[in-house]
Write a protein of this length. Structure first.
Length: 251
């Protein structure tokens, strides 16, 4: 829509024009409980190694484990939404979105990122860091280019044929009012999708961790049982040897 809309003035598009470094807000989704293998630590490592300046980062923690780890690393914390992870609902995503967009409009932050874990299957969960606001000219150009490449007919286009969006987008009601509704809804949908993916990833990671723990415990029990039997057999053999030696000495 934005790629076909021409020049629009909206706080969610151009971003802040203030001088100095940008303030980045990151919504970090982890779990409230441990015993999930590397699920939480992978997200913390992803955020910490992304190249952001800690002095210019505000963390919006969703999950107690990520909050505790990032606070120890020196990151600034905003309002926490840890209880959301007990049972994520779309209303929770809306609440998070309102807080973040409010800080974006007030100038507390200049851009918004989302860090969560993508669920592929029970064995594979991939941490992801994605920028969700504001949209830049480069983002729109890339989207337009992807639109051009989406059809096989594009390969047959001549070099003189115009690229990107041609027809403009018409709005009803006005552009500002429409985008002020659609963009926050888009953001809330991304957040809710991330919450659902993260919940599935947490459960998958915990199942895998518990399965590994069970296998390790069974292996340890087998090893200790073998060692115990060997020690018991050695003790019995020693006792029999002493009895036989004593009987031979009496004779």
């Amino acid at each position: 829509m934005l790629a076909k809309s021409g020049n629009i003035s909206n706080p969610y598009l151009a971003g802040s024009e203030k001088e100095g470094p940008k303030k980045t807000g990151i919504i970090v989704i982890t779990s409230n409980r441990g015993l999930a293998g590397g699920y939480n630590s992978n997200i913390v490592k992803l955020v910490n190694s992304a190249g952001f300046d800690k002095e210019n980062v505000v963390i919006y923690p969703v999950g107690r484990k990520g909050q505790e780890s990032l606070r120890r690393l020196g990151y600034e914390m905003s309002d926490d939404f840890n209880e959301v992870m007990n049972k994520p609902l779309f209303g929770d995503a809306v609440s998070i979105g309102k807080t973040v967009t409010g800080d974006l409009e007030s100038g507390r932050i200049d851009e918004v990122y989302l860090a969560y874990t993508v669920f592929k299957n029970t064995m594979t969960q991939t941490p992801r860091l994605m920028k969700i606001l504001p949209f830049t000219e480069e983002d729109l150009e890339n989207e337009a280019d992807m639109g051009d490449l989406s059809s096989k007919e594009d390969d047959k286009k001549s070099a003189d044929e115009p690229k990107g969006a041609v027809a403009l987008m018409n709005y009803e009601p006005e552009e500002e009012e429409t985008l002020s509704y659609i963009i926050p809804m888009y953001m809330n949908s991304l957040i809710f999708g991330a919450l659902v993916e993260a919940t599935a990833s947490e459960n998958g990671a915990r199942m895998q961790a518990m399965d590994n723990a069970t296998s390790n415990a069974e292996e340890m029990i087998d090893t200790l049982g073998l060692q115990y039997n060997r020690a018991r057999q050695a003790a019995i053999t020693q006792e029999l040897t002493e009895i036989v030696a004593g009987a031979a000495a009496i004779e």
